[in-house]
Design a binder for this molecule. Structure first.
Ligand code: 8IG
Length: 277
């Protein structure tokens, strides 16, 4: 599908799960891999992990797959990769996240997750770059997501679809991650709409309601992953302290720099975790 064609997800009458099934069938056809076991969405700072987790057997521009959008940001790689892990499992790596702040609607935000589920993945690894509320989390610190607070006011669930989220971020998978790196902290991820960063007052609100990490992704995707019956592992790279926690203004450049510096370390960590999943 080229970028000039309308996105089928934008038709309100379309069934997003049918489009995800179509996308998964296209991935199977192009990769020759009948079933992927795990899927990973690599956010800012995590992209290098794709090179470390195994052998890439196919790379697909995301826009060639039904329902996927062109990436909004340089530095967000718009491709899907099929990777053969050393343990024989197959990973589908999504380097093409659609953010809620792009205003394409929540169906497009969670399409990659639904496609991964339709491609067979039982485990969804969601990674992101985010702001830290705890002062001890210096830029470059990876943090496990233990739970989330969704402040987008939106949901990927349509109609009266009631889904339990009590154990959304799998304790089993977090235990595996901590087995690889016992120093990993965990925290509650707050998804804000963005694309502006928070005001210091908003960061204090996030802290007061139980948040430890602020970001612009992941929560909506995690909900969709659970709806599809997947186990979710969430990891944030703290690229900056949240507004007002750090005394200097936030800049996208600073965030990119912190991500770049931390990338080799956290990518190696993620590769080790993936080998255990
Ligand atoms: I990277 O401080 C990154 N993403 N909302 N706040 C929010 N998103 C972020 C931040 C941050 N840093």
């Amino acid at each position: 599908m080229s970028t000039t064609q309308p996105n089928p997800l934008d038709d309100p009458a379309a069934d997003p799960f049918e489009i995800a099934a179509m996308a998964a069938a296209e991935i199977t056809l192009i990769t020759g891999v009948a079933r992927h076991d795990i899927a990973l969405t690599l956010g800012s700072g995590w992209a290098k992990a794709a090179d470390l987790i195994g052998d890439t057997t196919a790379t697909i521009p995301a826009t060639e797959i039904s329902g996927f959008s062109a990436p909004a940001l340089a530095g967000h790689v718009g491709s899907l990769r099929s990777i053969l892990l050393p343990n024989g499992k197959r990973a589908l790596v999504i380097g093409a996240r659609t953010h809620y702040y792009e205003n394409h609607g929540v169906r497009r935000v969670v399409h990659s997750v639904r496609t991964a589920a339709a491609a067979g993945a039982r485990v969804m690894v969601l990674t992101n770059g985010a702001g830290g509320i705890r002062k001890s989390w210096t830029p470059g610190t990876p943090v496990l997501i233990s739970d989330h607070i969704n402040l987008t006011g939106d949901s990927p669930l349509e109609g009266a679809t009631f889904i339990d989220l009590t154990d959304l971020y799998s304790a089993r998978l977090r235990e595996i991650a901590r087995g690889v790196d016992p120093s990993l902290d965990e925290g509650v991820y707050v998804q804000n709409r963005g694309p502006h960063y928070e005001t210091p007052a908003e960061v204090q609100m996030a802290k007061a309601i139980g948040g430890h990490i602020v970001g612009m992704s992941t929560a909506l995707e995690a909900i969709a992953a659970r709806q599809s019956g997947m186990e979710v592992l969430g990891l944030s790279l703290i690229t900056n302290l949240a507004a007002g926690i750090q005394k200097t203004p936030l800049s996208h450049g600073e965030v990119i720099d912190a991500g770049r510096t931390a990338e080799p370390v956290i990518s190696a960590l993620l590769a080790k975790i993936v080998a255990e999943l």
